[in-house]
Design a protein around this ligand. Structure first.
Ligand SMILES: [Zn+2]
Length: 377
Protein backbone atom coordinates (compact mmCIF):
# COMPACT_ATOMS: atom_id res chain seq x y z
CA UNK A 1 0.00 0.00 0.00
CA UNK A 2 1.06 3.58 -0.57
CA UNK A 3 2.06 5.88 2.29
CA UNK A 4 -1.43 7.40 2.68
CA UNK A 5 -3.07 4.01 2.97
CA UNK A 6 -0.46 2.80 5.46
CA UNK A 7 -1.03 5.91 7.58
CA UNK A 8 -4.82 5.58 7.25
CA UNK A 9 -4.59 2.04 8.59
CA UNK A 10 -2.46 3.20 11.53
CA UNK A 11 -5.02 5.94 12.28
CA UNK A 12 -7.98 3.55 12.03
CA UNK A 13 -6.36 0.92 14.25
CA UNK A 14 -5.57 3.66 16.79
CA UNK A 15 -9.18 4.89 16.65
CA UNK A 16 -10.48 1.32 17.06
CA UNK A 17 -8.35 0.84 20.15
CA UNK A 18 -8.93 4.26 21.76
CA UNK A 19 -12.59 5.00 20.97
CA UNK A 20 -14.95 2.36 22.42
CA UNK A 21 -17.91 3.78 20.43
CA UNK A 22 -16.04 3.24 17.15
CA UNK A 23 -14.90 -0.21 18.25
CA UNK A 24 -18.54 -1.13 18.90
CA UNK A 25 -19.52 0.11 15.44
CA UNK A 26 -16.71 -1.92 13.84
CA UNK A 27 -17.42 -5.04 15.86
CA UNK A 28 -21.09 -4.91 14.89
CA UNK A 29 -20.07 -4.75 11.22
CA UNK A 30 -17.52 -7.53 11.65
CA UNK A 31 -14.63 -5.26 10.71
CA UNK A 32 -11.32 -5.02 12.55
CA UNK A 33 -8.96 -2.53 10.85
CA UNK A 34 -5.89 -4.36 12.18
CA UNK A 35 -6.97 -7.56 10.40
CA UNK A 36 -9.36 -6.63 7.57
CA UNK A 37 -7.65 -3.59 6.04
CA UNK A 38 -4.94 -4.85 3.69
CA UNK A 39 -5.52 -3.38 0.23
CA UNK A 40 -6.75 -0.05 -1.12
CA UNK A 41 -10.00 -1.77 -2.11
CA UNK A 42 -10.59 -2.78 1.53
CA UNK A 43 -11.00 0.90 2.41
CA UNK A 44 -14.55 0.71 1.03
CA UNK A 45 -15.42 -1.59 3.94
CA UNK A 46 -14.18 0.78 6.64
CA UNK A 47 -17.12 1.70 8.94
CA UNK A 48 -17.90 5.41 9.00
CA UNK A 49 -19.30 7.77 11.62
CA UNK A 50 -21.88 10.23 10.34
CA UNK A 51 -21.60 13.95 11.07
CA UNK A 52 -25.08 13.88 12.69
CA UNK A 53 -23.66 11.77 15.53
CA UNK A 54 -21.35 14.68 16.50
CA UNK A 55 -24.35 17.00 17.07
CA UNK A 56 -24.64 18.45 20.55
CA UNK A 57 -28.21 17.15 20.79
CA UNK A 58 -27.08 13.54 20.15
CA UNK A 59 -25.25 13.86 23.49
CA UNK A 60 -22.50 11.40 22.61
CA UNK A 61 -19.80 13.79 21.36
CA UNK A 62 -17.65 13.03 24.41
CA UNK A 63 -17.86 9.32 23.47
CA UNK A 64 -16.35 10.18 20.09
CA UNK A 65 -13.07 11.29 21.66
CA UNK A 66 -9.96 9.08 21.57
CA UNK A 67 -8.48 10.84 24.61
CA UNK A 68 -9.81 12.09 27.98
CA UNK A 69 -11.73 15.40 27.73
CA UNK A 70 -9.15 16.96 30.05
CA UNK A 71 -6.42 16.54 27.40
CA UNK A 72 -8.17 18.18 24.44
CA UNK A 73 -7.36 21.84 23.76
CA UNK A 74 -10.74 23.01 22.46
CA UNK A 75 -14.09 22.04 21.03
CA UNK A 76 -14.47 22.92 17.38
CA UNK A 77 -18.09 23.82 16.74
CA UNK A 78 -19.97 24.22 13.48
CA UNK A 79 -21.86 27.40 12.69
CA UNK A 80 -25.38 26.24 13.05
CA UNK A 81 -28.63 27.79 11.89
CA UNK A 82 -30.62 25.43 14.10
CA UNK A 83 -28.66 26.09 17.29
CA UNK A 84 -27.52 22.46 17.33
CA UNK A 85 -23.82 22.55 16.43
CA UNK A 86 -21.43 19.64 16.01
CA UNK A 87 -18.91 19.34 18.85
CA UNK A 88 -15.49 18.03 17.88
CA UNK A 89 -12.68 17.76 20.41
CA UNK A 90 -9.28 18.72 19.02
CA UNK A 91 -5.73 19.14 20.28
CA UNK A 92 -3.45 21.87 18.95
CA UNK A 93 -1.56 19.21 16.97
CA UNK A 94 -4.81 18.33 15.15
CA UNK A 95 -5.33 21.99 14.28
CA UNK A 96 -1.70 22.40 13.19
CA UNK A 97 -2.26 19.52 10.74
CA UNK A 98 -4.76 21.77 8.92
CA UNK A 99 -1.90 24.28 8.62
CA UNK A 100 0.32 21.56 7.12
CA UNK A 101 -2.36 20.82 4.49
CA UNK A 102 -2.57 24.52 3.80
CA UNK A 103 1.20 24.61 3.15
CA UNK A 104 0.89 21.66 0.78
CA UNK A 105 -1.75 23.59 -1.19
CA UNK A 106 0.12 26.88 -1.22
CA UNK A 107 0.91 26.75 -4.95
CA UNK A 108 -2.80 26.79 -5.75
CA UNK A 109 -3.50 29.46 -3.15
CA UNK A 110 -1.13 32.03 -4.73
CA UNK A 111 1.83 32.70 -2.45
CA UNK A 112 2.76 35.72 -4.62
CA UNK A 113 -0.25 37.68 -3.47
CA UNK A 114 0.63 41.23 -2.28
CA UNK A 115 -2.48 41.93 -0.26
CA UNK A 116 -5.52 40.02 0.90
CA UNK A 117 -9.00 41.33 1.48
CA UNK A 118 -10.99 38.89 3.58
CA UNK A 119 -14.72 38.44 4.06
CA UNK A 120 -14.25 37.07 7.56
CA UNK A 121 -13.50 38.72 10.91
CA UNK A 122 -9.85 38.80 12.02
CA UNK A 123 -8.78 35.47 13.59
CA UNK A 124 -8.99 36.62 17.23
CA UNK A 125 -12.49 38.00 16.83
CA UNK A 126 -13.61 34.82 15.06
CA UNK A 127 -12.05 32.55 17.71
CA UNK A 128 -13.78 34.36 20.57
CA UNK A 129 -17.11 34.89 18.81
CA UNK A 130 -19.85 33.25 20.89
CA UNK A 131 -17.23 31.04 22.56
CA UNK A 132 -18.38 29.17 25.67
CA UNK A 133 -17.05 26.57 28.08
CA UNK A 134 -18.12 22.92 27.71
CA UNK A 135 -16.66 20.31 30.09
CA UNK A 136 -13.98 22.83 31.03
CA UNK A 137 -12.84 23.50 27.43
CA UNK A 138 -13.47 26.50 25.17
CA UNK A 139 -15.57 26.19 22.06
CA UNK A 140 -14.27 27.78 18.88
CA UNK A 141 -15.79 27.85 15.40
CA UNK A 142 -14.18 25.71 12.71
CA UNK A 143 -13.63 28.90 10.72
CA UNK A 144 -11.85 30.29 13.79
CA UNK A 145 -9.54 27.22 13.75
CA UNK A 146 -8.76 27.74 10.09
CA UNK A 147 -8.26 31.53 10.20
CA UNK A 148 -5.90 30.94 13.10
CA UNK A 149 -3.54 28.71 11.09
CA UNK A 150 -3.71 30.68 7.85
CA UNK A 151 -0.61 32.89 7.48
CA UNK A 152 -2.22 36.22 6.68
CA UNK A 153 0.07 39.06 5.67
CA UNK A 154 0.32 42.08 7.98
CA UNK A 155 -1.47 44.29 5.46
CA UNK A 156 -4.53 42.01 5.28
CA UNK A 157 -7.88 43.77 5.43
CA UNK A 158 -10.54 41.88 7.42
CA UNK A 159 -13.88 43.26 6.30
CA UNK A 160 -16.18 41.69 8.88
CA UNK A 161 -16.47 43.54 12.16
CA UNK A 162 -18.26 42.50 15.30
CA UNK A 163 -20.98 44.86 16.52
CA UNK A 164 -22.53 43.50 19.69
CA UNK A 165 -23.61 39.98 18.87
CA UNK A 166 -23.72 40.41 15.10
CA UNK A 167 -21.08 40.44 12.40
CA UNK A 168 -21.29 43.20 9.80
CA UNK A 169 -19.52 43.86 6.48
CA UNK A 170 -17.56 47.08 6.27
CA UNK A 171 -18.74 47.95 2.77
CA UNK A 172 -17.00 51.34 2.59
CA UNK A 173 -13.66 49.72 3.37
CA UNK A 174 -14.21 47.20 0.57
CA UNK A 175 -15.02 49.99 -1.91
CA UNK A 176 -11.81 51.76 -0.88
CA UNK A 177 -9.83 48.55 -1.46
CA UNK A 178 -11.38 48.15 -4.93
CA UNK A 179 -10.71 51.79 -5.88
CA UNK A 180 -7.09 51.56 -4.71
CA UNK A 181 -6.49 48.51 -6.92
CA UNK A 182 -8.55 49.40 -9.95
CA UNK A 183 -6.83 49.07 -13.38
CA UNK A 184 -3.50 48.10 -11.77
CA UNK A 185 -3.31 44.34 -12.51
CA UNK A 186 -1.98 43.81 -8.99
CA UNK A 187 -1.46 40.39 -7.40
CA UNK A 188 -4.18 40.52 -4.78
CA UNK A 189 -6.57 38.00 -3.26
CA UNK A 190 -10.15 38.34 -2.13
CA UNK A 191 -10.97 35.47 0.21
CA UNK A 192 -13.75 34.36 2.50
CA UNK A 193 -17.46 33.72 2.66
CA UNK A 194 -19.16 33.32 -0.74
CA UNK A 195 -22.48 34.41 0.73
CA UNK A 196 -21.13 37.68 2.17
CA UNK A 197 -19.08 38.50 -0.93
CA UNK A 198 -22.04 37.78 -3.21
CA UNK A 199 -24.46 39.88 -1.16
CA UNK A 200 -21.98 42.75 -1.04
CA UNK A 201 -21.32 42.68 -4.80
CA UNK A 202 -25.05 42.63 -5.54
CA UNK A 203 -25.48 45.66 -3.29
CA UNK A 204 -22.59 47.55 -4.95
CA UNK A 205 -23.78 46.73 -8.48
CA UNK A 206 -26.84 48.90 -7.89
CA UNK A 207 -24.80 51.87 -6.65
CA UNK A 208 -21.45 52.15 -8.42
CA UNK A 209 -19.87 51.25 -11.79
CA UNK A 210 -17.90 47.99 -12.18
CA UNK A 211 -14.15 47.65 -11.59
CA UNK A 212 -11.26 46.22 -13.57
CA UNK A 213 -8.95 44.54 -11.07
CA UNK A 214 -7.30 42.41 -13.74
CA UNK A 215 -5.91 38.99 -14.46
CA UNK A 216 -3.74 38.55 -11.33
CA UNK A 217 -6.55 38.57 -8.80
CA UNK A 218 -7.51 35.39 -6.94
CA UNK A 219 -11.05 35.00 -5.60
CA UNK A 220 -11.05 32.19 -3.03
CA UNK A 221 -14.21 31.27 -1.20
CA UNK A 222 -14.60 28.74 1.61
CA UNK A 223 -16.78 27.70 4.49
CA UNK A 224 -19.86 26.79 2.52
CA UNK A 225 -22.91 29.04 2.50
CA UNK A 226 -23.92 28.02 -1.04
CA UNK A 227 -27.30 26.92 0.28
CA UNK A 228 -27.90 30.59 1.15
CA UNK A 229 -27.38 30.09 4.87
CA UNK A 230 -24.38 30.56 7.10
CA UNK A 231 -24.76 30.81 10.85
CA UNK A 232 -27.26 33.58 11.52
CA UNK A 233 -27.11 35.00 7.97
CA UNK A 234 -29.75 33.80 5.56
CA UNK A 235 -30.54 34.73 1.98
CA UNK A 236 -33.61 32.55 1.78
CA UNK A 237 -32.39 30.97 -1.47
CA UNK A 238 -29.39 28.96 -2.58
CA UNK A 239 -26.65 30.68 -4.60
CA UNK A 240 -25.91 29.22 -8.03
CA UNK A 241 -22.14 28.84 -8.29
CA UNK A 242 -22.26 29.83 -11.96
CA UNK A 243 -24.25 32.96 -11.18
CA UNK A 244 -21.87 33.80 -8.32
CA UNK A 245 -18.74 33.47 -10.48
CA UNK A 246 -20.22 35.30 -13.48
CA UNK A 247 -21.61 38.14 -11.34
CA UNK A 248 -18.48 38.67 -9.25
CA UNK A 249 -16.09 38.18 -12.21
CA UNK A 250 -17.86 40.75 -14.36
CA UNK A 251 -18.29 43.36 -11.60
CA UNK A 252 -14.69 43.13 -10.38
CA UNK A 253 -13.11 42.57 -13.80
CA UNK A 254 -11.41 39.28 -12.87
CA UNK A 255 -11.20 36.17 -15.13
CA UNK A 256 -13.60 33.36 -14.19
CA UNK A 257 -10.75 30.82 -14.10
CA UNK A 258 -9.24 32.72 -11.12
CA UNK A 259 -12.02 31.52 -8.83
CA UNK A 260 -11.32 28.83 -6.22
CA UNK A 261 -13.56 27.31 -3.59
CA UNK A 262 -12.43 25.17 -0.67
CA UNK A 263 -14.54 22.54 1.02
CA UNK A 264 -14.37 20.83 4.37
CA UNK A 265 -16.57 20.55 7.45
CA UNK A 266 -16.21 20.62 11.22
CA UNK A 267 -15.75 16.85 11.67
CA UNK A 268 -13.14 16.57 8.91
CA UNK A 269 -9.44 17.53 8.71
CA UNK A 270 -8.14 17.67 5.11
CA UNK A 271 -9.85 20.21 2.88
CA UNK A 272 -10.32 19.99 -0.86
CA UNK A 273 -9.90 22.84 -3.32
CA UNK A 274 -11.94 23.30 -6.46
CA UNK A 275 -11.11 25.58 -9.41
CA UNK A 276 -13.91 27.03 -11.48
CA UNK A 277 -14.35 25.49 -14.90
CA UNK A 278 -16.05 27.60 -17.59
CA UNK A 279 -16.93 24.40 -19.42
CA UNK A 280 -18.60 22.71 -16.43
CA UNK A 281 -19.96 26.01 -15.05
CA UNK A 282 -18.95 24.68 -11.66
CA UNK A 283 -15.99 24.23 -9.34
CA UNK A 284 -14.04 21.02 -9.96
CA UNK A 285 -12.61 19.74 -6.69
CA UNK A 286 -9.33 17.83 -6.67
CA UNK A 287 -8.90 15.04 -4.12
CA UNK A 288 -5.30 15.39 -2.90
CA UNK A 289 -2.96 12.44 -2.32
CA UNK A 290 -3.17 12.99 1.46
CA UNK A 291 -6.88 12.21 1.70
CA UNK A 292 -9.53 9.98 0.19
CA UNK A 293 -13.18 10.52 -0.70
CA UNK A 294 -15.70 7.76 -1.39
CA UNK A 295 -19.04 8.73 -2.94
CA UNK A 296 -21.85 6.44 -1.72
CA UNK A 297 -25.29 5.81 -3.15
CA UNK A 298 -27.93 7.75 -1.18
CA UNK A 299 -30.23 4.75 -0.74
CA UNK A 300 -27.95 1.70 -0.65
CA UNK A 301 -24.77 3.43 0.63
CA UNK A 302 -22.78 1.29 -1.84
CA UNK A 303 -19.59 2.96 -3.14
CA UNK A 304 -19.95 4.53 -6.59
CA UNK A 305 -17.26 4.85 -9.23
CA UNK A 306 -18.63 6.21 -12.52
CA UNK A 307 -18.53 9.81 -13.78
CA UNK A 308 -21.92 11.41 -13.09
CA UNK A 309 -22.66 9.20 -10.07
CA UNK A 310 -23.94 11.20 -7.12
CA UNK A 311 -24.11 10.39 -3.42
CA UNK A 312 -23.05 11.13 0.12
CA UNK A 313 -19.37 11.82 0.69
CA UNK A 314 -17.24 9.72 3.01
CA UNK A 315 -13.97 11.43 3.89
CA UNK A 316 -11.04 9.32 5.08
CA UNK A 317 -8.44 11.05 7.23
CA UNK A 318 -5.02 9.58 7.91
CA UNK A 319 -3.82 12.74 9.70
CA UNK A 320 -4.98 15.31 12.24
CA UNK A 321 -7.53 13.29 14.21
CA UNK A 322 -5.45 12.42 17.27
CA UNK A 323 -8.17 13.53 19.71
CA UNK A 324 -11.40 12.39 18.05
CA UNK A 325 -12.82 9.59 15.92
CA UNK A 326 -12.42 11.43 12.61
CA UNK A 327 -10.66 8.81 10.47
CA UNK A 328 -13.78 7.88 8.52
CA UNK A 329 -16.58 10.44 8.40
CA UNK A 330 -19.76 10.47 6.34
CA UNK A 331 -21.34 13.84 5.55
CA UNK A 332 -24.81 14.50 4.15
CA UNK A 333 -23.50 16.84 1.44
CA UNK A 334 -23.89 15.34 -2.02
CA UNK A 335 -20.85 14.91 -4.26
CA UNK A 336 -20.75 13.95 -7.93
CA UNK A 337 -17.88 12.03 -9.48
CA UNK A 338 -16.44 13.98 -12.42
CA UNK A 339 -13.52 11.63 -12.95
CA UNK A 340 -11.95 8.91 -10.88
CA UNK A 341 -8.37 9.66 -11.99
CA UNK A 342 -7.99 12.88 -14.02
CA UNK A 343 -9.38 16.41 -13.85
CA UNK A 344 -10.95 16.93 -17.30
CA UNK A 345 -10.26 20.66 -17.13
CA UNK A 346 -6.62 21.01 -16.02
CA UNK A 347 -5.63 17.34 -16.67
CA UNK A 348 -4.08 16.82 -13.25
CA UNK A 349 -4.04 13.10 -12.45
CA UNK A 350 -6.36 12.79 -9.47
CA UNK A 351 -9.96 12.10 -8.54
CA UNK A 352 -12.17 15.07 -9.35
CA UNK A 353 -15.63 15.76 -7.95
CA UNK A 354 -18.30 18.46 -7.94
CA UNK A 355 -20.19 19.35 -4.77
CA UNK A 356 -23.86 19.42 -5.54
CA UNK A 357 -25.33 20.42 -2.19
CA UNK A 358 -27.62 18.86 0.34
CA UNK A 359 -30.55 16.56 -0.19
CA UNK A 360 -33.85 18.26 0.55
CA UNK A 361 -37.23 17.63 2.14
CA UNK A 362 -38.57 14.11 2.35
CA UNK A 363 -35.52 12.67 0.64
CA UNK A 364 -33.34 14.24 3.34
CA UNK A 365 -35.44 12.67 6.07
CA UNK A 366 -35.07 9.28 4.42
CA UNK A 367 -31.33 9.80 4.20
CA UNK A 368 -31.12 10.87 7.82
CA UNK A 369 -32.88 7.66 8.77
CA UNK A 370 -30.56 5.63 6.57
CA UNK A 371 -27.54 7.23 8.18
CA UNK A 372 -28.81 6.79 11.72
CA UNK A 373 -29.66 3.15 11.17
CA UNK A 374 -26.28 2.58 9.70
CA UNK A 375 -24.45 4.34 12.50
CA UNK A 376 -26.40 2.51 15.21
CA UNK A 377 -25.87 -0.94 13.74
ZN1 LIG B 1 -8.37 20.57 -12.33
Amino acid sequence: MKKFYEDLKINLVDQYLKCPAYKLLCDNQGFNPAIDLNTEKDVEKVPFITTTVFKKSAEIFTNLLKVPVSTIDKWTVSSSTSGDPSMVGRTMSDIMQIKEFNKLSIGTLRPDTEQECVFYPDPDTMKNYKSEMVYGKRTESYIGNILDVFDFKDNTIFLIKQEGDSLVVEVEEFIKFLENNNNLDKHISIRGSALLLYNTINELKEKIPPFNLGKNVLIQTGGGGWDGKKGTISNGTAISKQEFVETVASFLGVPEENFLDSYSFTENTFFIIGHYSKEYKDYLFHIPSWGKVIIRDIKTLEPLCNPGDRGFMQMLNAYGTSAFAGASIMVDDIGEIVSIDECPDCKEKLMTIRIVGRVKGAEAKGCGATLNVRSEQ
